[in-house]
Structure formats: C-alpha cells, structure tokens
Design a protein around this ligand. Structure first.
Ligand code: ADP
Ligand code: MG
Ligand code: MG
Length: 249
C-alpha cells in the first residue's frame, strides 16, 4: 500500500528526514516511536503532503503510484488520513455537519454525486454506534470547548466516517490522558481491517498497551534506526532511547 524509499525531506531548508525506508501493507498496524525532534511528525506531514515540507530525495508510493506531485487534499481523496488535518475549531458547525461536508467533498472530487441523506444518516448512525459516540456529541460545535478526550473522539469519528485506506495518527507527546488513550485505541482496534492500514506515531509506549502494533520502528535523527515487533516497544519502555543511540556509535 505504502512504499517509502530513501526519503529525504526538509523544512525551511533544514534537512529533517535523512533516508527513510518503510513499507506498509494492508491489514498492518505500524508504530513509529522515537525521541522528541527525531522527525516523527515531519514524516507524517510529508506522507500527507503538507506544503511546508519539501521532499529533496526519494519516493513515496501509494498503491504503486508516486504521490509526490499530489496536494494534501488529493492524497486525502485517495484514502490517506492524517489526524488533525482538519480545522481546529469551527463555532456553529456541528461535528455531524462538518463530516457531511467532508464526505460530499471527497465524493465530488471522485466525480460522485452527494451521498443521499438517508444513506448519510445510516452511515453516521452505524459509525457512532460502533464507537459508542452519543448523539449529543454529534450536534456539538466542532472542537469548541472540547476536552482532550472529546477531540480524540472527534478525530476517530472522522476516521471512521472517511474510511481511509491508510490512517496516520500522530499522537503528540502531551495531553493524552488515559481516557483519550482508550478512545484512540478502541477506535483503531474497531476500525482496522484486512484492507486498511494504520501508522500510529507516539513518543510513549503506553498507547501500545492498547493498540498492538505488528511492527515498531524507531526514528532517530531522521532515520529509522531500528525495527521490530511489539517487543521492541517494551524494550524502549524499559531502557529508554539511549541504548539505541549508543548502538549507532
Ligand atoms: P517529532 O515529531 O519526532 O518530535 P518533528 O518532526 O516535529 O519531530 O521535528 C523534527 C525537527 O524538525 C525538529 O528539529 C523541529 O524543530 C523541526 N521542524 C519540524 N517542523 C518544522 C517547521 N514547520 N518549521 C521549522 N522546523 C520544523
Ligand atoms: Mg515533537
Ligand atoms: Mg511530533
């Protein structure tokens, strides 16, 4: 599904990614870990096609096609979802209405007609039941006064509605309380299938107690310096990142 080859990327002329190789197949969950500043969010942004980041070398293939020339929006339409790529706060626009618009825009981009209202309602009901999201939440203004857990709930709801092929969840280093962790993990576990893939980016091993990854990669100074299975995450929890840095010397 996703093939990253020798990817180099910079931001404001500063080289951040220095030769990333990564292959993600349908049905897989990959965790990307690594110390602060190692380039995790940059990698997520580059895959999603954020404009500030410049690919200086290498390739990103999605379903065997090079996506380098595609704008973030076009990548989203192809089925790449990056958490928090949507506007932070929109007073007066409900969680549901925002989602309806997003879905219909995606359909329009694919040359499809708007989703019929009854079909939309069915989809909303199905996904909100799956994720145990209550109706009151769906009618709230997007992100307005949302707690950390509610932001996560909204993010996971967006992911559920859009049914991406590849979901990238960049769990920032702060603000993930146990509630929010469970919401994210629960959502990922319920939404994963043999046809989609998830990349979970996290600084902490904690999240991986709930989402069991098939592969764990450690990013350090813009390179994947170690890959393994979930055991690697436990090793990192125990020993921190320093031993990996020492192995590299
Ligand atoms: P991580 O997510 O692993 O903590 P980041 O990808 O956020 O790491 O950052 C990697 C490096 O790139 C850091 O040195 C950071 O300061 C820099 N960086 C990231 N985004 C930007 C940006 N938009 N402008 C300038 N520097 C950036
Ligand atoms: Mg950071
Ligand atoms: Mg980050």
């Amino acid at each position: 599904m996703l093939k990253i080859k020798n990817l180099h990327a910079s931001v404001e002329d500063k080289a951040i990614l220095k030769g990333i190789n990564l292959e993600v197949n349908p049905g897989e969950v990959h965790a990307i870990m690594g110390p602060n500043g190692s380039g995790k969010s940059t990698l997520a942004s580059v895959i999603a096609g954020k404009e500030e980041y410049e690919v200086t070398n290498g390739d990103i293939l999605f379903e065997d096609k090079n996506i380098e020339e595609l704008a973030a929006e076009e990548r989203a339409h192809k089925g790449i979802f990056l958490s928090f790529q949507y506007p932070v706060e929109i007073p007066g626009v409900s969680v549901t209405n925002f989602m309806k618009t997003a879905i219909n825009e995606t359909r329009k981009a694919k040359g499809l007609e708007e989703m019929p209202a009854n079909e939309m309602l069915k989809l909303i009901r199905e996904k909100s039941e799956l994720l145990e999201i209550d109706r009151k939440f769906l009618s709230r203004s997007l992100n307005e006064g949302f707690s950390g857990g509610e932001k996560k709930r909204n993010e996971i709801f967006q992911m559920a509605m859009l049914e991406p092929k590849l979901a990238i969840l960049d769990e920032t280093d702060s603000g993930l309380d146990i509630d929010a962790l469970r919401i994210v993990a629960n959502g990922v576990n319920k939404l994963k299938s043999k046809d989609n893939a998830v990349i979970v980016i996290t600084h902490y091993q904690r999240l991986l107690d709930y989402i069991v990854p098939d592969f764990v990669h450690v990013l350090h100074n813009g390179r994947i310096v170690k890959s393994g299975t979930k055991e690697l995450a436990h090793e990192l929890e125990e020993k921190g990142y320093d031993w990996i840095k020492q192995e590299l010397v």
